[in-house]
Design a protein around this ligand. Structure first.
Ligand code: MN
Length: 224
């Protein structure tokens, strides 16, 4: 077994009433598990891909054998993005960011409420399934931006550093909010984990104290 489904960092019911336990259990135990299983199946015939992280597989699409390329890309993204999503929510979430992340959000969006509105608007506007991100762009001096990606793409393929993310696939909200993605995006702020986003921001700034424990999930390579 190459890639492993991470355990949820909290009980599936811990985000109630904002994110319901049925959605969390299905989302993690079935959807995310399927991406992990399909990723392992896709790389199985290709020993040269064994031992590569999901992040490497995403960033090196051109090095994946053509026959496996789409399956590896889609499922590595599904695995990586969901691994980040679970950490970006918390039963102790909500509120506002503090410290240098709050300052950077004020600098680049004009304020926290303006940021929230733009993040929610971008998420509501994306057609079909995808993700909405707060990223830091090293090529632009660490400027913060909001980006959306389709399918399971991830801004790290552009060398952008993800700080915060939300899942726009219907499976993330359909049981509770039916077709209302804006309602889901609005309620999601109550569980947003700004502590984890601040740690990601520290990592983006190269803060040695903020390097993640264990596998480096979101290590962005220096641009060549
Ligand atoms: Mn999902």
């Amino acid at each position: 077994m190459n890639h492993i489904l991470p355990t949820l960092p909290y009980d599936p019911a811990a985000l109630e009433p904002h994110i319901d336990s049925r959605t969390m259990a299905l989302h993690h135990d079935v959807h995310h598990a399927t991406y992990v299983n399909n990723l392992n199946a896709a790389i199985a015939p290709h020993p040269e891909l064994h031992g590569r992280t999901a992040s490497w597989l995403l960033r090196n699409r051109g090095k994946i054998p053509v026959a496996a390329r789409n399956a590896v890309h889609n499922n590595a993204g599904g695995h990586l993005n969901h691994s980040m999503l679970w950490r970006m929510m918390s039963p102790d979430g909500g509120g506002e960011p503090s410290g240098v992340l709050a300052e950077a959000i004020r600098r680049d969006f004009g304020g926290f409420n303006a940021f929230k509105n733009r993040f929610a608007e971008a998420g509501a506007r994306l057609f079909g399934s995808g993700w909405v991100w707060l990223v830091s762009v090293p090529q632009e001096g660490g400027q913060l931006k909001i980006e959306t990606t389709v399918g399971h793409d991830n801004p790290l393929t552009l060398g952008h550093f993800p700080l915060m993310v939300n899942d726009l696939w219907e499976h993330a909200y359909y049981l509770k909010h039916r077709n209302s993605r804006p309602e889901y995006l609005d309620s999601w702020w109550a569980v947003a984990n700004w502590g984890e986003a601040a740690r990601q921001f520290g990592r983006s700034l190269g803060d040695a104290d903020e390097q993640p424990q264990g596998e480096v999930v979101f290590k962005v390579p220096a641009m060549a």
